[in-house]
Design a protein around this ligand. Structure first.
Ligand code: DAH
Length: 350
């Protein structure tokens, strides 16, 4: 038989221990649980001893023990949650209203923005988008496009040759016009396609020239296509790209693959034709080359030039971006300088 004082003393000892209890880690909490409430735990043992308490004291000690057990269980539970949240790095006083860590969005490269705009505009006009290989053969880059065998563009000065010295050398394409040829070879007529892509030229790098740049080619072949259709297509494109008040001017030019050929200028949207340093006082900015596809080019790809005619155009994406945002040095596009790229944050459409 355990006497009143002994039982009371033992219960008070455990209460004191419980009040003092502090646990840092989950392991500390589990150890404390086993020590107090485990099979041989202090509180479990007190319950065992309860059997030996005199009947007239059972009511008082029964309540005291049950309260003690409840309190111990609640405290262990509380310590468990606190130890857990400490582990995940959050404090007990975690402020759920605090702003989160911002996820920094990148911005699209100006050349990608321009390419996407051009693609969107021509898609609206019903054009497909095609891509071709950057490493091409001489035939697709020059031969099929009516370049005579001794044309200076074939010279090592302008073209990066991958393997030269045989009948059809392999090279890095110097323009996207070769994708026209691949489209004419493979697509059913009529063809309405634009071909954006990267091109390479053996140029010394400067503010106005680079050995890598981007172009977008356009090609439309059908029956009865005329120069008036070409002019209208370009005018519509320019209005979408630079605004409805923009005017175009077509100057005669020469390309081996088009006849007649033309270069297109747009009215300067900075000075509206008055003349400024962007348009070098002329009021006009050159944006692309174009023309009616030479019958030799159609025939080289197996298209009947008596039945079909077409127009083609090609523009430099860096140049369009330069005009759009007044970028004054081509090298900025390739240097990955974050200060430059960040300038286009707000121009990035989602
Ligand atoms: N390929 C020409 C260049 O790189 C651009 C060009 C001019 C493309 C006239 C065309 C065109 O399709 O018709 O300078």
């Amino acid at each position: 038989m355990i006497n009143y004082c002994e039982m009371k003393e033992e219960i008070e000892k455990v209460i004191a221990e419980l009040n003092e209890l502090k646990c840092k880690t989950q392991k500390d909490v589990e150890d404390a649980r086993v020590r107090l409430l485990g099979k041989k735990g202090e509180i479990t043992q007190l319950f065992d001893e309860f059997r030996n308490v005199a009947p007239d004291m059972k009511k008082e000690f029964g309540k005291a023990l049950n309260d003690l057990k409840k309190e111990a269980m609640a405290k262990i539970e509380e310590m468990k949650t606190n130890a857990e949240s400490t582990k995940s790095g959050a404090s007990k006083n975690f402020d759920l209203t605090m702003p989160g860590v911002p996820y920094e969005l990148g911005s699209r490269h100006p050349v990608s923005i321009v390419r996407q705009e051009i693609v969107d505009i021509f898609r609206k006009f019903g054009y497909d988008v095609a891509e071709g290989p950057e490493i091409e053969d001489d035939y697709h880059v020059f031969g099929a496009l009516n370049f005579p065998p001794n044309h200076p563009a074939r010279d090592m000065q302008d073209t990066f040759f991958v393997s030269a010295g045989h009948e059809d050398p392999i090279l890095l394409r110097t323009h996207t016009s070769c994708v026209q040829v691949r489209c004419m070879e493979t697509m059913p007529l009529p063809i309405r396609v634009i071909c954006p892509g990267r091109v390479f030229r053996n140029e010394a790098i400067s503010a106005r020239a680079h050995c890598i740049f981007h172009q977008c080619e356009g090609l439309y072949i059908d029956e009865h296509v005329t120069f008036a259709d070409l002019r209208q297509a370009i005018l519509l494109f320019v209005h979408e790209m630079f605004g409805p008040d923009t005017q175009i001017r077509m100057r005669p030019s020469y390309f081996p693959f088009t006849e007649p050929s033309s270069e297109v200028d747009v009215s300067c949207n900075i000075c509206h034709g008055k003349g400024c340093n962007i348009c070098k006082g002329t009021g006009w900015l050159e944006i692309l080359g174009c023309g009616m596809v030479d019958p030799n080019v159609l025939e080289a790809s197996g298209i009947d030039s008596k039945k079909y005619s077409g127009f083609a155009f090609g523009m430099g994406l860096e140049r369009i971006a330069m005009l759009k945002w007044q970028v004054n040095d081509l090298r900025h596009y390739f240097e990955n300088d974050m200060r430059f790229l960040k300038e286009f944050d707000s121009a990035t459409e989602v």
